[in-house]
Design a protein around this ligand. Structure first.
Ligand SMILES: Cc1cc2nc3c(=O)[nH]c(=O)nc-3n(C[C@H](O)[C@H](O)[C@H](O)COP(=O)(O)OP(=O)(O)OC[C@H]3O[C@@H](n4cnc5c(N)ncnc54)[C@H](O)[C@@H]3O)c2cc1C
Ligand SMILES: *[C@@H]1O[C@H](CO)[C@@H](O)[C@H](O)[C@H]1NC(C)=O
Ligand SMILES: *[C@@H]1O[C@H](CO)[C@@H](O)[C@H](O)[C@H]1NC(C)=O
Length: 387
């Protein structure tokens, strides 16, 4: 028997990046659907782009990570199944946001796999080891598989639309301290009115990314940015996704990520605890020259037909140069639950479960669905064993 709407539990998801949106959908679409989900965030997908919203700035690709972190492995494995189904030709609207393309990952000698079965992408369709004659310079081993990329300016609005059409509410608000939401719910941000009494939600899910470092009551100093700079090109002729894991050269491994709509991200950089929010012009130059060396296909076909392309052939294709802060966390993604008092006034306080889902570093897209599933499990566990 389904519950009446008045019995629905009020769930607040804090954050509207890829993690908040995916988690909100996962909870809303959970079996039985006894949850009324509201997202509160300072920034939403169609807002002007800001460094405070990492999800704008990702590549973003699905290529499983080489990691000993079993939590992350599970998240990525489960996400693959969801995203692969969403990208199935003829499967529906999500297909327009996702591109299946061949990933070529090239490894230097010190990063080689002794056994290709240990490769994290071994389960992905069309996985194979590259022949020596297929390797690029600087590589001594390589693998290919059919990976998936997210066309971010389409995918994030798709997630938001799916959430809203499923009955979800969105509220804009900059939360200073977790207690504001625990005591007043979304109402204090949606409709502040000094003569109204607001009530605590049944649960709060924290998907604030790098914001976890600053949010009052959380202030998790293990969350640190890994700065990434990229160049966005208009190059609809690119259909492959090469990556060279060359970690020696100051952590600037080149990669190329084509998107469904024909734009291409060229990267990249990985600089821990680097907070500079704007592109550095000399890095843009390095990204372009290393990207072209790795993937001459970046240059227009008519240029390649006539001569060896140069970086100058890429300049007219540039749409944007971006910088994002990957929300890295010492110790890995934080998923779990803690019960917090809804108010500092002890006679009014009730215990509210707060589920964490932040700190996905450079893996937020490819871990999103699996991570949301784990958050949902913590939420349901909290309601089964209330405090
Ligand atoms: C250059 C680059 C390349 C990348 N490539 C990939 C890739 O190929 N594959 C991949 O999987 N990942 C990739 N990533 C990583 C990915 O972008 C992140 O892991 C992901 O976007 C994190 O999402 P999030 O929702 O946790 O955080 P965010 O997108 O930053 O969202 C945080 C949300 O919380 C809100 N918020 C925070 N604090 C508050 C507050 N106090 N009050 C109200 N709202 C608040 C914000 O407004 C926002 O809505 C890349 C990142 C970069 C920078
Ligand atoms: C769900 O929450 C929103 C926002 O708080 C509220 O306006 C709405 O009435 C609620 N819907 C149900 C069915 O409880
Ligand atoms: C504020 O709340 C009071 C009490 O619920 C209500 O009577 C009043 O109409 C509200 N004012 C506004 C502007 O919404």
């Amino acid at each position: 028997m389904s519950r009446s709407s008045s019995e629905k539990k009020e769930i607040i998801v804090l954050g509207a990046g890829v993690i908040g949106l995916t988690t909100a959908i996962k909870i809303q679409e959970a079996k039985g659907s006894e949850y009324n989900v509201t997202i509160i965030a300072e920034t939403f997908p169609t807002d002007p782009r800001t460094i405070k919203y990492t999800s704008f700035w990702a590549g973003a690709q699905y290529v499983a990570t080489r990691t000993e972190d079993l939590n992350l492995r599970r998240m990525e494995r489960e996400t693959f199944d969801v995203v692969w189904a969403m990208s199935e030709p003829g499967s529906g609207v999500a297909e327009g946001c996702l591109l299946r393309c061949t990933d070529y990952s090239y490894l230097p000698a010190e990063e080689q796999y002794a056994d290709e079965k240990d490769h994290p992408c071994a389960f992905i369709p069309d996985f194979r080891q590259l022949r020596p004659d297929e390797l690029v310079s600087g590589a001594s081993q390589g693998f290919a598989c059919t990976a998936i990329t997210f066309d971010i300016p389409r995918y994030l609005p798709y997630l938001l639309a799916r959430f809203s059409s499923g009955g979800g509410t969105i509220v804009r608000g900059a939360v200073g301290h977790i207690q504001q939401v625990l005591e007043g719910g979304a109402g204090i941000f949606a409709n502040p009115n000094s003569s109204r009494k607001y009530s605590a939600p049944d649960a709060v899910i924290l998907c604030v990314g790098l914001g976890a470092r600053f949010l009052g009551g959380i202030e998790d100093k293990d969350v640190i940015p890994i700065r990434g700079q990229t160049v966005l090109l208009r190059a609809p002729w690119v259909h492959i996704m090469p990556t060279l894991r060359d970690l020696k050269d100051g952590f600037n491994p080149p990669y190329v990520i084509p998107r469904k709509g024909g734009d291409v991200i060229v990267g990249g950089t990985y600089h821990l605890d680097d907070w500079y929010p704007l592109p550095r012009p000399e890095i843009t130059e390095r990204i372009l020259s290393k990207g072209l060396k790795l993937c001459p296909d970046l240059a227009p076909p008519e240029v390649r037909a006539e001569r060896e392309p140069t970086v100058d052939d890429l300049r007219p294709l540039i749409l944007d140069v971006g910088v994002g802060f990957r929300p890295y966390r010492n110790g890995g993604v934080r998923v779990g639950v803690e019960w917090m008092d809804s108010s500092p006034l002890k006679n009014q306080a009730k215990k509210v479960p707060v589920v964490f889902n932040y700190g996905h570093g450079g893996n937020g897209y490819q871990a999103s669905w699996g991570s949301a599933q784990i958050a949902l499990e913590y939420l349901e566990g909290a309601f089964i064993n209330p405090k």
